[in-house]
Structure formats: C-alpha cells, structure tokens
Design a protein around this ligand. Structure first.
Ligand code: CAA
Length: 258
C-alpha cells in the first residue's frame, strides 16, 4: 500500500515506521492513524518482521492529535464515530514487540501513542506532555490511564491538570522511558535494540510481551499463574531445547521459532 503520512522500511527483520507529516509536527490526523494501523497490521503478519519501531522526526515524535481536524467537531460527531477507537485499538492487537523511538515533542496523542507501544527509548531532547487541558479537553487516547500507570498518580495528575511537559531526564527517572540516548544516536541505538529482539526465539518474545502486558490487566495471583503457564508452555518448543543446550555447550543459540 502507498502511504502518504508515514514511511515504512523493513530491514534485518525490523520494520521502521516513521510518522511523516513534518509541516504539522506529525500531528495524528485520521489519515495518518489509518495508515499507521494498516502498517502495523501488515508488519505483524509479515514473516520478514520480528520487531517494529515507531519514530517521528528529530523535532517531534508527534505533537498530538490533529487540532485542526478536531476543532469544529461536535459531541455527536466524535461520539458517533467513536473518534480514535478503531485506529488506536489496533496497536493492542499487534503481537510483535513495538518500540517507540521518541525525539522532540511527544504531546497529547503523541505521548499516548508512545505509551501504547511496548517500551519507549527517548532522545535527550524529548519532551512528554498531556497539554489537552490547554485546549479545554482531556487526553483521549489513554493518557490519563497509561501515564498514571507509568509515573504514578501524582505526576500524572499534575501533568494532566497543568499541561506541564516532562523532559527526558525526568521521564527516565519516573519510569516512563526505558532509557535516554544522545539525540543524534536515537535511531541507531533503537534499531540495535530491535535487531537484538529480532534474534531471539519469536515464541519466547511473543510470550514475554503477552505476560508483561497481562500484568496491567489482572491481579497479581492471576498474572503469576498466567506467566508460569506460558513459561511451562515454552518447554514444548525446540527453541527452549536449543537455547538451554547452547548455554551448556558455551555457544550461540540458533533459534528457529519452533
Ligand atoms: N495539531 C495540528 N497541527 C499542529 C499540532 C497539532 N497537535 N501541533 C503543531 N501543529 C502545527 C502548527 O499548527 C504549525 O502549523 P502552521 O505552520 O501551519 O501554523 C506547525 O505544526 C508547527 O507548529 P508550531 O509553529 O506551533 O511549532 P513550535 O515549535 O512553535 O511549537 C509545539 C511546538 C509546542 C509542539 C506546539 O506546536 C504545540 O503546542 N502543539 C500542540 C500540542 C498539543 O496541544 N497537543 C495535544 C493535541 S490534542 C490531543 O492530542 C487529544 C488527545 O489526547 C487524543
């Protein structure tokens, strides 16, 4: 499919999806969100993809939902179409790992998109925020729920109610991002992480993602049981035999996703 608002490159079993509306700081309009949903779904189904990276430009990962597109809509419009439901729910159905590589602004829907990925690595110039309060609304793609889980109630509440931005250092300290890297090296660092994930047994990677995500949806007791059952299930794979044999034989494992 030809994309107009994103670009997609696949190399070394990693799909790199770049948000590409530079004139609007990658604001998430409906066309971009639809293309992103299609690209993610295609990457998930593509045997040549084992990990997905979403990034933007150096100045902006994404500066939020597209305010121009939304500004004239009525309650009936947005409730009627259930704005943002379809396109953003797609990401939850993707089974392969998705890394957000954030440089510059990740605001509103941009921060929410990054948080919907499996983890975030950001550049030193990153700025995260939920400034919807300045527009007379609140976050609508998961900000109040996911930011609170990432950074706790106090910071999430302050950011939601004041619109203040969080810089990269605070984002790392607060657990919003897994790490911060020099701005010029963001993509090379993230692609190296993605390639490392792509080398693992895909069965184990899918199970690991599923188990970590389950921790957000269930009780500790249920989550521990779910994790243990998946752990047990991986003993049915050839990759478990290969991984453990390779360790004992002091060699690199050759995983075959079986
Ligand atoms: N929607 C539409 N257009 C946007 C945009 C957005 N969210 N953010 C930036 N743009 C556009 C600007 O309108 C401008 O376009 P023009 O040149 O045509 O005027 C262009 O991108 C460049 O932006 P600025 O001139 O404002 O750049 P700056 O460097 O001075 O400021 C900024 C950068 C601080 C990110 C500022 O653009 C800004 O505050 N953007 C809006 C951030 C925001 O409020 N995001 C939340 C959106 S609502 C939302 O996301 C709801 C939800 O939860 C689902």
């Amino acid at each position: 499919m030809a994309y107009h608002n994103i670009t997609v490159e696949i190399a070394d079993y990693v799909a790199l999806i770049r948000l590409n509306r530079p004139d609007a700081l990658n604001a998430l309009n409906s066309a971009l969100l639809a293309e992103l949903a299609t690209a993610l779904t295609e990457a998930d189904a593509n045997d040549k993809v084992r990990c997905i990276v979403i990034t933007g430009s150096e100045k902006a990962f994404a500066a939020g939902a597209d305010i121009k597109e939304m500004s004239e809509k009525s309650f009936v419009d947005v409730y009627g179409e259930d704005m943002f439901a379809d396109s953003t729910d797609t990401i939850l159905r993707i089974r392969k790992p998705i890394i957000a590589a954030v440089s510059g602004y990740a605001l509103g829907g941009g921060a929410e998109l990054a948080m919907a990925c499996d983890f975030i690595i950001c550049a030193e110039n990153a700025k995260f925020g939920q400034p919807e309060i300045n527009l007379g609304v609140i976050p609508g793609i998961g900000g109040t729920q996911r930011l609170t889980r990432f950074v706790g109630k106090s910071k999430a509440m302050e950011m939601t109610l004041t619109g203040r931005f969080m810089d990269a250092e605070e984002a790392e300290r607060s657990g919003l991002v897994s790490r911060v890297v020099p701005t010029a090296k963001l993509l090379s660092e993230v692609m190296a992480v993605a390639r490392k994930i792509a080398e693992k047994s895909q069965m184990a990677v899918l199970a690991g993602k599923e188990a970590v995500n389950r921790s957000y949806e269930t009780t500790l007791r249920e989550g521990l049981q779910f994790e243990r059952r998946l752990f047990h299930a991986l003993f049915a794979t050839e990759d478990q035999k290969e991984g453990m044999a390779a360790f004992l034989e002091k060699r690199e494992p050759q995983f075959r996703d079986r």
